[in-house]
Every structure is written in C-alpha cells, then in structure tokens.
Design a protein around this ligand. Structure first.
Ligand code: OKP
Ligand code: ZN
Length: 342
C-alpha cells in the first residue's frame, strides 16, 4: 500500500471549540497525525509519499466556486477588519431568518457558509484543507495506476463538508473529490463506505441524486449524535440516486459484535453494486476510549475490520476522518490498514 501524507496537516491549528457549553481545546488537532506517523515508524513504515498537485479543478467538480472562494479569502478579510482570533461562526440564516443574507457583513457571510460552530478557520486553514484534498487525489491516482490500496493520512477531515458549506471539523470533502476523480478517469462506479463514528452527511448529500456512487455510512444514531439532522435509515437517495444511499444508525453503546454484523451487511451491498473502486472514510472514533463518541470497539477489533474490508476484494483507498483518542489512534489506524500493508 502507498501512504500519502498531507504535508500541511499541522497548518490547521484551531484553538478552541465549544463542548457541553464550555470552551475547550480542539479535539481535532495535529497531535492525531503526529501519533499515527510515530506508530507507522515504530512498525517500520517510514516511507510516506508527498501529495502531487492536481490543482483546483477536481475540487470544483464537487464544491461550489463561491464556497471555494470564501475558503480562500475569508481569513484575509477577517484580518483586514482588525481581527486576530480564529474565526468561529455564530449566526446562521436558517429558515425564517433567510430573508436577507447579508454577504457584505463577515459574520453573516461566515454563517451562510457553515452549519456548525466547532470548526475554526485561521491563517493555515485553506492550505491545510487544499493539500488534504490533493493527498486524497494522490492516493486515488495511485490506485487508478494499479496499486491495490492507498491511504491518505490527512487532517482536517472531510466527510461532513457539503458542496457549499463547512462544519464538523471539515472544509473540503476529500473522499467525494477522490471518488469523482476516479469517475472522471475511467471508473464507471465507485462505492464509499463511511466507518467513522459520525454520519457522513456531506458525502451523502453530494451524491444523493446519483447512481454511479454508492454511499454507505455506519454511525451513531443521529437522534442522539452529531450531526443530528441527517443519517436516518429512511434517507435512501432520490431521483436517479434512489436506493444508492444507505444509512446504518447504531445505538449508543454499540459493541463490536453488532457493529461488525452491520459492517458485513454493508460489504454485501458493495459486492452487489459492482464498483470499480472502494473508498473508505476511515474514522477510528468508534474506539471505546474516544472522548466525543460512545461505541465500544477495541484496538484488536480493528484487525478484524481490516480482514472484512479486504475480503471485498476491490482496489481500496482509505481517507482519514475522525478519531480523537490520541494515545491509541496510531495503533487503531494501523490495525485497520494491516491486511493492506504489503
Ligand atoms: C467529525 B468527524 C463536541 C461535539 C461534536 C462535532 C463532531 C465532528 C466529528 N463539541 N462536534 O466525523 O470525526
Ligand atoms: Zn467522526
């Protein structure tokens, strides 16, 4: 397998988010990747590829240009108004307030491109997110070129990002960008399997009306978990995409037995679909010690996850999403990749 490192992974360096009514240090921080690199090195895996630059075009295949422009310019606009702290949205044009979307005011503009508040923007955000998308594209291109598997080792994550707005620590939907790139480069169908603890709302929405991308997500039941408003079982896709989105919400406290049975169901769907490539949104926030989630998977359980995904037998690209228990994150990720690390 090839492992591509987002060389700008530390440039996104937000200070705080609100957690249970309190300002706390961001859970999604660079120590996550530091730890994964350290574990890879300890296991004699020190060769990390650098991302190639595919430019903006593959990003604009997925994201609206007004949104990309916002991400590129908002920090300079914020500085120009004399601000120095991270940008955090605090007002949103939800139905009823939508009458006047005052794009000339920065707070109004920021809220109109965001859906949640825990996702700070600072000087390095665009470079970090852009290079992360390039890492995903590089991993995808390696697999298109014949590698059996590749891993994009990157933060910030991507699966919550929609075509036109950010949130849930995500700015660019890396896995959607990679999937679309595969379809533009010869694939007829691709499958996306999201095993992060949280529903991949951005990925679902981006491909909701399409039948060339099967989107599947196993996650904490949205009736009690972020992102709350999406991820239910009755969200099955629409128009051409009807039947090509499947959600597997699981109750709080889910253990490996239930989680793995559900994974096997999802794998069956992928096999029936007949994809050319499989893309995995790899979050290890399903781990029992995760500080913001509550499934019960153990470090050893991830070895079996690797076997089950490998048994599908498709060329596979892994894209890192969440996982906030930093101590064990390296081993947890390493174990998911273990069957592919040849
Ligand atoms: C991103 B990914 C803590 C509440 C949770 C957002 C969670 C985003 C998870 N303030 N906030 O899917 O791992
Ligand atoms: Zn997550």
């Amino acid at each position: 397998m090839k492992i591509v490192l987002n060389t700008e992974y530390a440039s996104q360096n937000g200070k705080n988010e609100i957690h249970l009514g309190e300002l706390v240090p961001c859970f999604e921080n660079h120590t996550r990747i530091d730890k994964i690199i350290e574990t890879l090195q300890q296991n004699d895996w020190s060769h990390l590829e650098k991302p190639n630059d595919f430019g903006l075009a593959p990003i604009l295949e997925i994201h609206e240009s007004s949104y990309v422009n916002f991400l590129k310019t908002i920090w300079q606009e914020w500085l120009a108004e004399g601000n120095t702290n991270d940008i955090l949205p605090y007002i949103w044009p939800i139905p009823g307030l939508k009458r006047n979307i005052a794009h000339n005011n920065l707070n109004a503009k920021i809220g109109s491109f965001a859906f949640s508040n825990g996702t700070p923007i600072m000087a390095g955000t665009w470079l970090s997110a852009y290079t992360g998308a390039q890492s995903a594209l590089t991993a995808m291109s390696q697999v298109i070129a014949g590698e059996k598997s590749a891993f994009s080792l990157s933060r910030p994550p991507g699966h919550h990002a929609h075509a036109g707005f950010y949130g849930g620590y995500c700015f660019l939907n890396n896995i959607a960008i990679a999937a679309q790139f595969a379809l533009k480069n010869g694939a007829n169908k691709v499958a996306i399997l999201d095993i992060d603890y949280h529903h991949g709302n951005g990925t679902q929405d981006i491909f909701y009306q399409r039948k060339d991308v099967l989107t599947l997500s196993l996650h904490g039941d949205p009736s009690t978990n972020f992102p709350y408003f999406t991820g239910k079982i009755d969200e099955i896709g629409e128009h051409d995409g009807e039947g090509y989105n499947k959600n597997y919400p699981l109750p709080d406290g889910t253990d490996f037995h239930l989680w793995h049975n559900t994974l096997e169901q999802a794998c069956g769907e992928i096999t029936n679909f007949g994809a050319d490539y499989l893309l995995i949104a790899l979050g290890v926030d399903t781990f029992e010690g995760d500080p913001i989630s509550n499934f019960k998977l153990t470090t050893d359980d991830y070895l079996q996850v690797s076997k089950t995904i490998n048994a599908i037998g498709l060329p596979t690209v892994f894209i890192l999403e969440g996982g906030y228990s930093v101590g064990p994150i390296g081993k947890n990720v390493f174990n998911v990749l273990s069957e592919f690390m040849v």
